[in-house]
Design a protein around this ligand. Structure first.
Ligand code: DGT
Ligand code: CA
Ligand code: CA
Ligand code: ZN
Length: 584
């Protein structure tokens, strides 16, 4: 039986609601499933065990029919009703829901009236002008759908970090377990911690390259073999991600690793530096360049450090290899000592079942303890985010009390800071009055609506929020969703200046869909004295793992330990939050 979690239960109920809506079923029935999903999601206790034991009597909003279904699902891992419902529709129709602006009603109309059951069919129908003729659509909607589809195509060949990292680590482990592999690493954009990756690049050192490429082509994960030679092999995984393997000798390994880590721009600059020293550098090694026969013997190279040393440089961490000043810094010996995952002592901006999280305060606290964190910041949504079940004043203050009780009982082990992810309203005012915010330890101020303001107005809106004494940090600065939606227009320079002046932290939202504020801005922000906080924005305990993506962004942005609030020891954080903003 597959492992059933709270998430399994909620997502199946939500999908049933969607399917029923597609069928045009009775709205009350649909609402019952939606509500059921919400109740299950926020249930205070082990709902999965209770469903398995058929012990759901007396839970408000979960009637007899829903009880039976939850029991079947929790005890067998499947729900016949759900599967039958799903089988009524072609699989491609589920892709339609991912198109921005298409809800169940629109998808149902497209399917029932025009027989559209896939993304290509949708595109064709829009281009033929058929969609505009449907009632409730019109020319404008049709245009919007076409734009959304174009955006999808533009992004179709790239992958977000959680997908890429998971695949890369699984394959790397298998490579390292292979008896003929001496050394192995993934290179490319993933090693440089780019926010998205095009493909994965593996490098192995071996004396049996052909055996390795053959083995690679037969990996379980390989859905398709794109090309296979004696030293190179490319496969495609089930999810479409391409993986390149290059098998080299142990001597060539550091050069191949360096070369295929990139970036291309960094490599070009490095090669021209080498040429000035009379050395030619490529993916196989150093050699004397051109007529320069006078060159001293080329030093032996065992690892990447030796390559950089030969060129008179300190070892440049992969994250910095973008030709944005790292070669100059390495030349002068002033590369920053970058922050590391091990430096983190706590985390801010996390959600619980009080708003749209999937774990209770106690579950989140327990998970933070297991991770070895010393403190945890909770910041549930505020009331304007009603779609995320945002807290009103009364529920917020009740949560503050609960957190007080936690700290009385477990504060020695894990200190919880009470906060709020308070909505920045359209005019830049906040969703809670100052006297309420003053009762919290910290706040994350975020934009969750009115995304379409022009850049000037949006920037003014954010600046007004930052000028509030109670706004500790700015959440997900641009609201971008990687590979799905560009951020709203905002003037980064002005925001960074204002953050520096007001003592407002700008978060690095570590969710792999966001990674916002973008890494390209951080060096500048750091130089102006802006502090960051690496915030997982976790809606369930597993999402604390997002911190490692945030570390990648911070390192890419040249940040050191001292630039990150949540590397501070607990006492220093308390002192920091206790001071007026300007003095921090
Ligand atoms: P991606 O896959 O689009 O996310 O980005 P990368 O950086 O992984 O690019 P990829 O996979 O095409 O190539 C891996 C690395 O190999 C790249 O970062 C630098 C190196 N490389 C590839 N082509 C060239 C080239 O034409 N010149 C130089 N100097 N390096 C190259
Ligand atoms: Ca790549
Ligand atoms: Ca590649
Ligand atoms: Zn948010």
């Amino acid at each position: 039986m597959s492992h059933v979690t709270r998430e399994t239960l909620t997502s199946v109920l939500e999908e049933i609601a969607l399917l029923l809506e597609l069928k045009g079923e009775n709205p009350f029935k649909i609402r019952a499933y939606r509500q059921g999903a919400e109740i299950v999601g926020s249930f205070d206790g082990d709902i999965v065990a209770r469903a398995r034991d058929n012990d759901l009597d007396g839970i408000k909003g979960i009637g007899a029919a829903l009880q039976d279904k939850l029991h079947e699902l929790a005890s067998t891992g499947e729900l016949e009703f759900h599967q039958k419902l799903r089988a009524e529709y072609p699989a491609g129709i589920f892709d339609l829901f991912d198109v921005e602006g298409l809800g169940p009603k629109k998808v149902a109309a497209l399917y029932n009236k025009l027989g559209i059951d896939s993304l290509p069919a949708l595109k064709q129908a829009c281009e033929d002008g058929k969609v505009a003729e449907l009632s409730g659509f019109g020319k404008k909607t049709e245009q919007k759908i076409l734009e959304a589809l174009a955006r999808r195509e533009k992004f179709a060949d790239r992958f977000r970090l959680h997908t890429a990292t998971h695949a890369a680590e699984t394959i790397l482990e298998a490579l390292r377990d292979h008896p003929k592999v001496l050394r192995a690493q993934y290179a490319g954009s993933l090693r440089r911690s780019r926010e998205t990756v095009g493909d994965l690049d593996f490098i192995v050192a071996t004396d049996s390259p052909a055996e390795l490429t053959e083995w690679f082509s037969r990996l379980d994960q390989a859905n398709e073999v794109i090309a296979r030679g004696d030293t190179k092999c490319s496969i495609r995984l089930d999810n479409g991600l391409q993986c390149d393997l290059r098998a080299v000798s142990n001597d060539q390994y550091p050069f191949a690793l360096q070369y295929f880590t990139g970036s291309k721009e960094h490599n070009v600059a490095l090669r021209s530096r080498a040429l000035k020293q009379g050395l030619s550098l490529n993916e196989y090694g150093f050699s004397a360049a051109g007529k320069a026969t006078q060159h001293e013997p080329i030093p032996a190279v065992h690892d990447e450090r030796d390559i950089y040393r030969t060129l008179g440089l300190d070892l440049i961490p992969p994250e910095l290899r973008e030709n944005r000043g790292e070669i100059e810094a390495a030349d002068e010996g002033v590369l920053p000592r970058l922050v590391e995952l091990e430096n983190l002592r706590g985390t801010f901006h996390n959600h619980t079942t009080a708003s749209d999280g999937h774990a209770t305060l106690e579950e989140m606290g327990g998970a933070a303890i297991e991770l070895g964190l010393r403190y945890l910041g909770i910041a549930d949504h505020s009331k304007a985010s009603f779609q995320a079940n945002g807290l009103d004043e009364e529920r917020l203050l009740k949560q503050v009390e609960e957190i007080g009780t936690w700290n009385d009982n477990h504060g020695e082990e894990l200190w919880i800071f009470s906060g709020s992810e308070v909505d920045i309203l359209k005019d830049g005012s906040l969703d809670f009055a100052d006297d309420i915010l003053a009762r919290l330890d910290y706040t994350v101020a975020s934009v969750h609506g009115s995304f379409t303001l022009d850049e000037k107005t949006m920037t003014r809106r954010l600046i007004r929020a930052m000028e509030n004494e109670h706004v500790t940090m700015l959440g997900h600065l641009t609201g971008r969703l990687l590979l799905r939606r560009d951020g709203y227009a905002v003037n980064h320079e002005k925001i960074i200046d204002c953050a520096a002046e007001t003592g407002t932290i700008i978060e690095i939202n570590c969710n792999p869909h966001r990674l916002d504020m973008d890494w390209r801005w951080w060096r500048k922000a750091r130089d102006r004295g802006v502090l960051t906080s690496l915030n997982p924005d976790a809606h369930r305990p597993e999402q604390f793992q997002f911190l490692k993506f945030g570390i990648g962004v911070a390192r890419k942005g040249w940040l050191r330990k001292e630039d990150v609030l949540n590397t501070f020891p607990l006492e220093e954080v308390k002192e920091f939050l206790g001071k007026p903003k300007k003095q921090r």
